[in-house]
Design a protein around this ligand. Structure first.
Ligand code: NAD
Length: 499
């Protein structure tokens, strides 16, 4: 029985007025489990109005009081981790252990945002001239739109929302229409933590809802995470409407394996980073790059049986390695790309097409898949597959591996596996990629550092979480102050100097 779902505006569930709805599925069974309202422009306008009123008060709330709400919210996230993981698993399909991993990363950024009294501190100079004191302060910007993807329904809304709220803004999360339950539950937890109504809002929908945010003159900032095509559109449209925009987008992440690497460690890393969450991660490794044929042969020999052994299964099966993909369309798309790889001449060593599981015959499963001898001209190399598909490519030299990494249009993450410090250092300094791992396959920075890719994996010049998030979610004001005792000369018509 499909549950009727709602928006969350002004601290309560709201039905919406558009009359348009979309289905939410359980990807393991293919059942429709929710009917989600899609916001019209009028629904979004109402949310912005409510958020703006809330931001007026919240932005003037003493910073330690805002931090106190974040501390309480952090405690609620910890206490409700099991429930959140269940909500994520049912709609996204990822395993409970994997869902708990993303919740933990969301908690990390919430903890970072608890430090807002320190993070938001301004700058001060005493007596820059003529007894004038000069200081800069960071103020909230108002209503912030956060457009988030399906693959991390807890983590990404929090990566944006916790710093945005800590900075004194109100936040409208246009979360993914595929898995809305977790962001809605986060809204309940914020309320329980004491956040004033209207500061955290969740508005569902598709392009109409996103466009309403992008064109709304009372939304000065947009943070986006999702695919590159949509992100580029969001960036260009938001900027054309005079907003500050950051857009974190698609990826094709390489893992370069040098001949001196520990091959067992490299294989473990590829299994986790290539197939965890069925490859539906922006930081998934989708290309393994052993340098030289000898390295490739050793890798393939150890990797192939490990890939063959991975098991598909629903989110609540503790033995499952590979979860179902998010939709039937995603399953079809990934299977078509595997077929395309065969047509293009890549060697299909493990074929995940047609994977079925008893009791879950209508689930959107694709089994673990491994290609060898992939080349840079193939569609399966150029495209972000976003499924449990790993390609192996073998350049003969280290220099060719670096060129391959740099020539790809995406630049989110990359890793090098080696025992040689010189190689690792040279590699980190040579690649045009936002996040680099040295013997670390998924180099997602911790909350107190910044997250973001390069090239067509990111539009805009700021990063997510870390100190850059505080800059993105505030505006700077600079105040020059002189008290009457300092005014000695009377009116001055020439341009002021610091004499
Ligand atoms: P998506 O681009 O389909 O959707 C992202 C958001 O945009 C959703 O809220 C969706 O409703 C909205 N949207 C979709 N089509 C739209 C349109 N035509 N106009 C306006 N809005 C639209 O992405 P997804 O499938 O939910 O997520 C997977 C993608 O996100 C992958 O490409 C992945 O690499 C990327 N991603 C990137 C990062 C990162 O930090 N770089 C992190 C997670 C996911």
């Amino acid at each position: 029985m499909a549950e009727q779902l709602h928006h969350w505006i002004g601290g309560k569930r709201v039905e919406g007025t558009s009359g348009r709805f979309g289905d939410v599925f359980n990807p393991a069974t293919g059942e429709v489990i929710g009917k989600l309202p899609y916001a019209s422009k009028a629904d979004m306008d109402e949310a912005v109005k409510v958020a703006q009123e809330a931001a007026e008060i919240w932005g003037k709330t003493a910073v330690p009081k805002r931090a106190a709400v974040l501390f309480k919210f952090r405690e609620l996230l910890v206490a409700n981790t099991d429930k959140l993981a269940e909500l994520v698993g049912r709609e996204h399909g990822k395993t409970i252990a994997d869902a708990k991993g993303e919740i933990s990363r969301g908690i990390d950024v919430t903890e970072f945002a608890c430090g807002i009294p320190h993070l938001i501190k301004g700058e001060f100079n005493s007596n820059i001239g003529g007894e004038i004191d000069l200081f800069s302060i960071r103020e909230p910007i108002g209503v912030v739109g956060g457009i988030t993807p399906f693959n991390f329904p807890v983590m990404i809304p929090l990566w944006m929302g916790a710093p945005a709220i800590a900075c004194g803004n109100a936040y409208i999360n246009k979360c993914s229409e595929r898995d809305p339950a977790a962001p809605m539950f986060l809204a309940e937890l914020w309320k329980e933590a004491g956040l004033p109504d209207g500061v955290w809002n969740v508005v569902h929908g598709d392009k109409e809802a996103v466009d309403s945010l992008l064109h709304h003159e009372d939304v000065p900032a947009i943070s986006f995470v999702g695919s590159t095509g949509v992100g580029e559109y969001v960036y260009q449209t938001g900027c054309a409407n005079n907003k500050r925009v950051q857009a974190f987008c698609g990826a094709k992440n390489h893992m370069v394996i040098m001949p001196d690497a520990d091959m067992d460690q490299a294989v473990d890393a590829l299994i986790g980073a290539g197939y965890g969450s069925a490859g539906e991660r922006c930081m998934a490794i989708s290309v393994a790059v052993p340098v030289g044929q000898g390295t490739a042969d050793a890798l393939i020999e150890k990797l192939t049986p490990r890939v063959e052994a991975l098991k598909i299964g629903p989110f609540d099966d503790p033995g499952a390695d590979i979860n179902p993909l998010i939709t039937a369309q995603a399953q079809q798309r990934v299977e078509n790309l595997i077929t395309r790889g065969v047509e293009e001449g890549a060697d299909l060593l493990v074929d995940g097409r047609g994977a079925r599981m008893q009791g879950y015959e209508n689930g959107y499963f694709v089994g673990s898949t491994l290609f060898n001898n992939v080349t840079t001209d193939m569609d399966i190399y150029k495209t972000e597959i976003f499924g449990p598909v790993l390609s192996v490519m073998t350049p003969s030299t280290y220099e060719d591996a670096v060129t391959m990494v740099n020539d790809h249009e995406y630049g989110n993450g990359v890793a090098v596996f080696t025992r040689d410090g010189d190689t690792a250092r040279h590699f980190a300094n040579s690649v045009d990629i936002g996040m680099v791992g040295v013997n670390v396959p998924i180099p997602v920075p911790m909350a107190f550092h910044n997250f973001g890719g390069a090239k067509r994996s990111k539009f805009g010049d700021t990063q997510m979480h870390g100190p850059e998030s505080i800059r993105f979610f505030t505006k700077m004001k600079t105040i020059s102050a002189r008290w009457p005792s300092g005014i000695k000369e009377g009116a001055q018509l020439a341009f002021p100097t610091n004499d």
